[in-house]
Design a binder for this molecule. Structure first.
Ligand code: SF4
Length: 212
């Protein structure tokens, strides 16, 4: 059974793409952008390994409990390093009408030029691709979910065409969770100063959209 190496899962989030989403931060990234906020996701041997079916059933159960769940987001880490496995999962998710948002540190042209069959399969299942490495000198949080000016939204199907015009007006947000054991986690986009202040408040574990 194919499996996915995962850094973190957030079953319900509103800050990693449009609407309510189940988000999977994959483990492993060969791109290593300077200033990446998720360097703990770089190690190709880290994280936990989960069967695709196990993840799929968890998403199905989440959808049952939260019918407003709109889709699944793949970020990381580098989703295209596990493109074959993610494309298998994505295909199953499309069959239950969930949308797919995929982040990548590779730009779209590089992905297309590679002509890598697995990469093509993941592209085929992706509704919205957010592409390009995080470039510190181009840091910019004015658009939702992404961290630098070079990164772009690629509407690969019609699913999110309807929001293409309004995207620049969607505010960037940060979600902060407090768990019973006192752990605080955050995901989404925020200015470093705000994150630093949150870190002062507790044991915050930062997880951002891939490209920050
Ligand atoms: S920003 Fe994304 S692509 Fe760049 S090193 Fe970090 S995880 Fe990898």
């Amino acid at each position: 059974m194919p499996s996915i190496r995962i850094s973190r899962i957030e079953k319900r989030t509103r800050v990693e793409g449009p609407g309510l989403r189940y988000s999977i931060w994959v483990q492993g990234c060969p791109i290593r952008c300077e200033g990446c906020f998720n360097p703990h996701t770089w190690n190709m041997e880290g994280g936990v390994i989960k069967d695709i079916d196990e993840v799929f059933y968890d998403i199905k159960n989440t959808l049952k409990a939260s019918p407003e769940l709109e889709g699944v987001t793949f970020l990381g880490g580098e989703p295209f390093s596990q493109a074959n496995e993610l494309s298998i999962l994505a295909k199953k998710l499309k069959e239950i009408n969930l949308s797919i948002v995929t982040f990548s540190g590779y730009d779209y042209e590089t992905i297309i030029r590679s002509n890598n069959p697995s990469w093509n399969r993941l592209l085929k299942e992706t509704d919205l691709l957010i592409d390009g490495p995080y470039i510190q000198e181009l840091h910019d949080l004015s658009r939702p979910w992404i961290g630098s000016k070079n990164q772009q939204y690629r509407f690969l199907t019609d699913f999110y065409k309807k929001i293409e015009e309004v995207i620049p007006f969607i505010p960037n947000k940060l979600e902060v969770r407090l768990y019973p054991d006192g752990t605080i986690t955050a995901n989404g986009m925020a200015h470093s100063l705000d994150l630093h202040m949150l870190q002062q408040l507790g044991y915050i574990r930062k997880e951002h959209s891939c490209n920050e």
